[in-house]
Design a protein around this ligand. Structure first.
Ligand SMILES: *Cc1c(COP(=O)(O)O)cnc(C)c1O
Length: 385
């Protein structure tokens, strides 16, 4: 990306790239196939699973924002995670965090059960456990920071250094922050990936994924697999996600302002036992957040007093917050990790990861902040009666 600032890169992605009509905005190319110029004379694109101009523009934009060599757009965030698994043979080991995204946890544990690779699940902030995990000489270390739903951080630079010492690659799930707030490749990661369903598209109307590698060769290997197993993203989803991407930096600014106000409001509220938000000074990794992130994001969770009964009333009473999975859209969402996003995890594994019945997660949107606070205020009050 060199000298350009991130907002410029996002807004200008694909602008003026049309050679035929001078269209300012890049076109949506839905064609599944492309004519050859003549016998054995291929053009840049030949078949849309393998390559598509709209998808390529979006992939390049994300690669630029993450400052990587090559971007690969996948059909979903989970297919980006699955794509990484193609780097592993049956004798290889992957180390994952104990509190990673529920869908990722489900994928890794079930594939490991079938013998597709060896799996080590570890609390990556437990230095002794991490060292033991790395002593198994893994091929890959997966990092997710901040984690879902408890907003725990992992020091990307530190873990990348340790992992590289044993010859492991490091892949970081950057979904919760987007490249606007954190750039893992610059901190030493080899692969960064996203569910573009979340902040990157930002309008809750696309399910998609993307993966960016620091090195061209690793990117080419993964792009080969993405075409081989057929998980590349659709042209239409790429078009929408590229459109959403243009406002990512400006959306993130407002998400930040609103999240900061909500976290402070929750922290002093009598109905709340604990707030998990890296922007709060009492967050155990506030200092690390300031070091490796450009800001704190807009995801947070909290423990409500009164257990699951209070959770039910809260969900019943909120009007502006929508009770729904997912995150990162312009609209505010509220959810219950235990029965929703993390339902694929056994209860024991949930508790081990710190996910209790009274834990509530917020994806703070970009509505007017006073309306957001008023809605939470009245619903929290009702929850305690
Ligand atoms: C949503 C999510 C995924 C999976 O993405 P999909 O687009 O739903 O397949 C992976 N990681 C994190 C952190 C997520 O929030």
């Amino acid at each position: 990306m060199s000298e350009k600032k991130i907002a410029t890169t996002a807004v200008r992605a694909g602008i003026n790239s049309d050679q035929h009509h001078g269209a300012v905005v890049p076109a949506l190319h839905l064609s599944s196939t492309y004519a050859l110029k003549g016998f054995n004379e291929k053009r840049q694109f030949d078949y849309s699973r393998t390559g598509n101009p709209t998808r390529a523009t979006f992939a390049q934009a994300i690669a630029d924002l993450e400052q990587g060599a090559l971007g690969i757009v996948t059909s979903t965030g989970m297919s980006a995670v699955h794509l990484i698994c193609q780097l592993l043979s049956t004798e290889d080991t992957i180390v994952i965090p104990h509190d990673c995204y529920g869908g990722s946890f489900r994928l890794f544990t079930h594939l490991a059960k079938r013998g597709q690779f060896n799996l080590v699940v570890v609390d990556q902030n437990d230095q002794q456990a991490l060292s033991q995990a790395l002593a198994t000489k893994p091929k890959l270390v997966l990092v997710e920071t901040p984690s879902n739903p408890l907003l725990r951080l992992v020091d990307i630079a530190a873990i990348a250094k340790q992992a590289h010492q044993v010859g492991a690659l490091v892949a970081v799930d950057n979904t919760f922050l987007s490249p606007v707030l954190q750039q893992p490749l610059l901190l030493g990661a080899d692969i960064v990936f996203h569910s573009t369903t979340k902040y990157i598209n930002g309008h809750s109307d696309v399910v998609g994924g993307v993966l960016v590698t620091k090195e061209q060769s690793l990117g080419e290997e993964l792009a080969w697999w993405a075409n081989c197993i057929g998980i590349t993203g659709s042209a239409f989803d790429s078009y929408l996600a590229l459109r959403g991407l243009k406002t990512l930096p400006i959306r993130m600014k407002q998400h930040q302002i609103n999240a900061d106000a909500v976290a402070k409001f929750l922290q002093q509220h009598s109905a709340i036992a604990q707030v998990y938000f890296p922007g709060l000074e009492d967050h155990p990794q506030h200092t690390l957040a300031k070091k490796q992130q450009y800001n704190f994001g807009a995801m947070m969770s909290f423990e409500i007093k009164g257990g699951v009964e209070a959770v039910k009333v809260l969900f019943d009473r909120v009007k502006l917050f929508t009770l729904a999975q997912s995150l990162g859209g312009v609209e505010s969402l509220i959810s219950h990790p235990s029965t929703m996003t993390h339902a694929g995890m056994e209860i024991e594994a949930q508790l081990e990861a710190g996910i209790t019945q009274s834990l509530v997660r917020l994806s703070v949107g970009i509505e007017d902040v006073e309306d957001i606070l008023a809605d939470l205020s009245q619903a929290l009050e009702a929850s305690q009666q």
